[in-house]
Design a protein around this ligand. Structure first.
Ligand code: SAM
Length: 247
């Protein structure tokens, strides 16, 4: 099963609050918090045209749409897009496009977006070459001076450091491990056991040096890795990559 088929299954499996795979069962503010964290890093303006690439069922786009002139929500999963279209029907400034991010160039004009958000997506690529090619194409599509936020990238080095620290406090570690397994079990129960097959999805890993090596050789831009709001579900192991295309 491809990643895209997995996300089609996930989109169908349960209500929209849970179907992004976030382990945030009891944080009903998780999408607002995520949007606020993104907006703090980009600084969206009311006249902006923004691409939400891999936007899934549109939970984050629903906040974006209130802040900008236009949102293009692009995703490879048809079912997710159909759900987004239904849930966001009150926003006349959102359009929907079926796009596979591994098929390049992306179907967008050069310099056509003020900013691009690609959140919690690039670990579904097959390898780092695909990541590099995607970044190069996003730099073509974003306007000069525009920002690309590639959010929630799993960083192996960050996760390792976090778990090493955690193991030094065995009681807390035991509690956090137990909580993780309870949440995972509840999430699977809500998806309907066996209805969503996670086993075939990619979990492409990144490290800070890998990102530095890939992006360090690309001219015409600056980049930095930024921590997430500590309340976000993956803040201990993931970071957001902010790329600024030179003017
Ligand atoms: C974890 S979800 C993130 C959704 C949304 N950005 C968010 O953070 O709530 C990952 C999204 O990436 C999309 N995706 C994965 N591989 C893709 C591909 N090759 N082309 C387009 N979209 C893809 C999935 O369909 C899914 O909607």
């Amino acid at each position: 099963m491809s990643n895209i088929e997995f996300f089609n299954q996930l989109a169908k499996s349960t209500n929209t609050y849970l179907n992004t795979g976030r382990m945030s069962l009891f944080d009903f503010q998780v999408y607002r918090r995520t949007f606020d964290d993104i907006n703090k890093k980009i600084g969206l303006k009311s006249g902006d045209r923004v691409l939400d690439l891999g936007g899934g069922c549109g939970q984050i786009a629903s906040y974006m749409a209130r802040h900008v002139r236009e949102v293009v929500l692009a995703d490879g999963a048809k079912v997710a897009l159909a759900i987004a279209r239904k849930n966001l029907s009150r926003f006349a400034n959102v359009t929907y496009q079926l796009v596979d991010i591994t098929v390049l160039p992306l179907p967008f004009e050069n310099n056509s977006f003020d900013h691009i958000v690609c959140y919690s997506v690039v670990h579904y690529l097959r390898d780092h070459n695909e990541f590099e090619r995607l970044v190069l194409d996003l730099l073509r599509v974003v306007k000069p001076g525009g920002k690309i936020l590639i959010g929630e990238i799993p960083l192996v080095d960050k996760a390792q450091a976090y778990f090493e620290e955690r193991r030094k406090k065995p009681f807390l570690n035991f509690f956090l491990n137990a909580r993780y397994h309870v949440k995972k079990f509840l999430l699977k129960a809500m998806y309907g056991f066996g209805k969503v097959d996670e086993t075939q999805t990619t979990g492409l890993k990144y490290t800070r040096p890998v990102i530095q090596t890939i992006l360090g050789k690309i001219p015409g831009m600056r980049f930095e890795l930024l921590e997430q709001d500590k309340k976000l579900p993956f803040a201990n192991s993931r970071e957001d990559l902010l790329i600024l295309r030179a003017v």
